[in-house]
Design a protein around this ligand. Sequence first.
Ligand code: HAM
Length: 459
Amino acid sequence: MCHLFLRPLGSSSDGSGANRLDLTGGGGGNWTIVTKTSSFSAPRGVPDYVPPGSAEFVAVRDGLVHAARLAGYGHIELPVFEQTALFARGVGESTDVVSKEMWTFADRKGESFTLRPEGTAGVMRAVIEHGLDKSGQLPLKLCYAGPFFRYERPQAGRYRQLQQVGIEAIGVDDPALDAEVIAIADAGYRSLGLDGFRLEITSLGDETCRPQYRELLQDFLFGLPLDEETKRRAQINPLRVLDDKRPEVRELTADAPLMIDHLSESAKTHFEQVLGHLDALGVPYVLNPRMVRGLDYYTKTTFEFVHDQLGAQSGIGGGGRYDGLMAELGGQPLSGIGFGLGVDRTVLALQAEGKSAGVSSRCEVFGVPLGDAAKQRLVVLAAQLRGAGIRVDLAYGGRGVKGAMKAADRSGARFTVVLGDRDLAENSIAVKDMATGDQRHVPLSEVVGVLREALIAGH
Ligand code: HAM
């Protein structure tokens, strides 16, 4: 059999011996159609989450969302693709995210769309489009979770489809709100049991001190013996040069002027107040005045959560203020602050710490029928137990008692209920405690209540 699928041009080979047919200019737009005769695999750099590990993924995502819910952030669900210009304008043309990592495609009419590389620009677009900022209730607090797409070189913890939980608080420039956003992330991680991370924080200044600092930094950088490429970067986005990981550049820029030392009075006061709130909240942080985020919209408070056991991809979450973004995208000049927490990397960080986010077993009760009549009754009992909020699975497929009991073991259930023809005639059922091995008979009419109480007592 021959399968057809689409792969963006320029993507690297998947090593399957796929036979590529380049349709560029032939109606295929920006795409290559790949014919493939071997079996399918997930796109390179895109993780699958399958049971049982997927339960950990869900627990992490939901735990991080829950922390935001507790502070009144309402859910926002947005398209996974938007007009390309939204990201170019919102995130910044000179960023790696926009210039190198976007999954961009033309629709059938030739309009350019991009799979969202991040969430903030899309949230701003929706807020402006739906006039959410005009409700009179500011700050507008929004929370989202889902996949984002960056064409990065895949490696451990760096994926081409990544998952984030994000929040955005729009319309109020209050240092206490900055601290709230940061504290939500901190509490979210800790609620999962994670503790081997640190919060790095700095201020990137405001519209009064940023331009002056930019000039100062450029003057400094232009005086250094930098290579052409780095000089070009200094011209377009000098801050990015401070983030250069090459030791020789690090050494050259060791004495570079830092934004934190050139803040305007108001940006300085703002930052001090944010830190004061974090102190009061007991949220530990370290100052990192050389922090550079990969997105251009940041102003004032900017932060990153870093986990040391993750190697090169150590950022488990990050965010900051973006006071000019809404106006840049055609809305009112409202301020904003938010974060994006990496669900994939948080799962990896928990693994690295040897922890699990309190994932429960697949089911609490497992049913083993011995015979057809018993099966019919157990199917009904399973529905009754589920109606009572208990997670139940059954041994399907008519396997023998041994196989069924093995399945019960594997299911991780706390109790196994075994029903045979004789039990049925006596209107009773055997309930086995899988932890102790104890078994007792319970009247069928009472088993739902008995199991419910036993499960509550066991928690
Ligand atoms: P970001 O720092 O680009 O910020 O991404 C946030 C988090 O997403 C990172 O800290 C990391 O954990 C995760 N992440 C990013 N790229 C990858 C990747 N290739 N593979 C795995 N995980 C990844 C933003 O996206 C901003 N929109 C956050 C924000 C919201 N700022 C203000 N509001």
